[in-house]
Ligand binder design. Sequence first.
Ligand code: SF4
Length: 212
Amino acid sequence: MTKALQITVLPTRPLLAYDLQITDNNATLAAYLQELDEFMAKTLAPCDGCHLCCHERAPLTSLDISALAALLPQTPFPATAVVTAFGQIALLADGACDIFLRRPDNNCIFLDLRGFCREHRLRPLVCRSHFCLAKSKRAEALRQAIINQGLDELIRLLLSEEKQGAQKILPPAVCAGDYPPNALTNKKTPQEIKLQNLCDDQLWQELQQAVL
Ligand code: SF4
């Protein structure tokens, strides 16, 4: 069967990089994640306790909520519960809201004392789509588009839960008008999400061009 995406290693200097081409207009986020998993397994050494990237900001997205909510008691407000338990919220200088995994002592909340991820199977989208290889410009732009819209959708979900009675955890300056529905709204699984709907026209065209 033809793949919906192709990942290739580019012999760039001084570091190798990977590039990504989309070969099917119907490519989904699930296909993207599967292709990344296969590429990592085939091409890269396992992390095996290397946790260099687990000290950096790891933004949360709407797509991380159902997996991480499984670690908590059942609630009608899973987004609020997950962000309260594991996240941190910051209001940036430009007024944008940021939500990321909490880092007590600069280590991700899920990092254990041996340097392994305690919740590797449930790790957020940002961790699943990261590995120690530079990216081409278009591969990075696609990953950013997915994560940025996932973060926006998480904020929209928190605002919606707040309206339904959940505890208010967002700063008062965050308002619903800044977080309209996007390509992730009402989508529960990566299978339902078409990559094309997450990209603007220019990025989509670039992603379809053959690997250079
Ligand atoms: S969730 Fe796991 S993989 Fe992701 S930053 Fe935290 S410890 Fe690292």
